[in-house]
Write a protein that binds this ligand. Structure first.
Ligand SMILES: NC(=O)c1ccc[n+]([C@@H]2O[C@H](COP(=O)([O-])OP(=O)(O)OC[C@H]3O[C@@H](n4cnc5c(N)ncnc54)[C@H](O)[C@@H]3O)[C@@H](O)[C@H]2O)c1
Length: 254
């Protein structure tokens, strides 16, 4: 018996980075995993990786900002597996832009994916968890949800919202035995962050500067963030809800 044997875990943004790493770990711990992502090619790779390690997963392409896509995905996963024990609400996009250069359209898209998307997916999953009287939700915020970060107006605002959404959900759904927690990753080596560094004149030196700002002196690997997610979703965290957990190499301790 592994930590998530017999359980069903739904992961959004499972086609890349932190979401893929978490999906692989949930599957290795014997959960059946629902893989949601707007990028079908990305989740197909995650699905193949899970299949190749002998795990079970369902392919659920969709956009977290679309209620219709999410309803279809949740119907498919409850139809296939009959329950949902864990939601890792993780899909997100970044935008490196100071407020005065952010267009209304950019602002709306970042807030829609990073905050409204978490609301829509949680809303679709909660009735199943409430009927089970059991569930664990982990939302992905960021260190920039608790600190200002240069030129991150829409992104930081969305991630600050995720923290408050987490606290609110913990209060409202604790009585249904549903725990809701949040992780705040530091800089993590995923395609999202690699794309950001590519915008710099000298990506290598920009990387060194940012890495040095983390007291551990380096970036996280996606698996290190995913391990914290599995802990919060597991029985080992059975009395933890409403927690905002930095997984940031000490960045916010400074
Ligand atoms: N990488 C970091 O340094 C870092 C730090 C703090 C927080 N985060 C957060 O971690 C989460 C995962 O980021 P990552 O670094 O793994 O990024 P990533 O770009 O590698 O993966 C994000 C995934 O989300 C998917 N996605 C984007 N928009 C979507 C939508 N509308 N519907 C469904 N799926 C969608 C993408 O297709 C992609 O597969 C994000 O919420 C991000 O904000 C990342």
């Amino acid at each position: 018996m592994r930590r998530f044997s017999g359980q069903v875990a739904l992961v959004t943004g499972a086609g890349s980075g932190i979401g893929r790493a978490a999906a692989l770990l949930f599957a290795a711990e014997e959960a059946s995993v629902g893989l949601i992502d707007i990028d079908p090619a990305g989740i197909r790779v995650t699905l193949e990786l899970i299949n190749s390690q002998g795990g079970r997963a369902a392919f659920l392409p969709g956009d977290v900002t679309s209620q219709a896509d999410i309803s279809r995905a949740i119907e498919k996963i409850t139809g296939e597996y009959g329950r949902i024990d864990v939601l890792f609400n993780n899909a997100g996009i970044e935008l490196s832009r100071p407020l005065h250069q952010t267009t209304e359209r950019e602002w709306d898209r970042v807030l829609a994916v990073n905050l409204k998307g978490m609301f829509l997916v949680a809303k679709a999953v909660l009735p199943t968890m409430m009927a089970q009287n059991r569930g664990a939700i982990v939302n992905t915020s960021s260190i920039s949800g608790v600190l200002g970060w240069p030129a991150y107006a829409a992104y930081s605002t969305s991630k600050g919202g995720v923290i408050q959404l987490t606290r609110q959900m913990a209060v409202d759904y604790g009585p249904y035995n549903i725990r809701v927690n949040c992780i705040c990753p530091g800089t993590t080596l995923t395609p999202l962050i690699e794309r950001l560094f590519e915008l710099e004149e000298d990506p290598a030196s920009a990387k060194n500067i940012i890495a040095a700002r983390h007291p551990l002196g380096r970036f996280a690997q996606p698996e290190e963030i995913a391990q914290a997610v599995l802990f919060l979703a597991s029985e080992e965290a059975s009395f933890i809800t409403g927690a905002i957990l930095p997984v940031d190499g000490g960045y916010t301790a400074k």
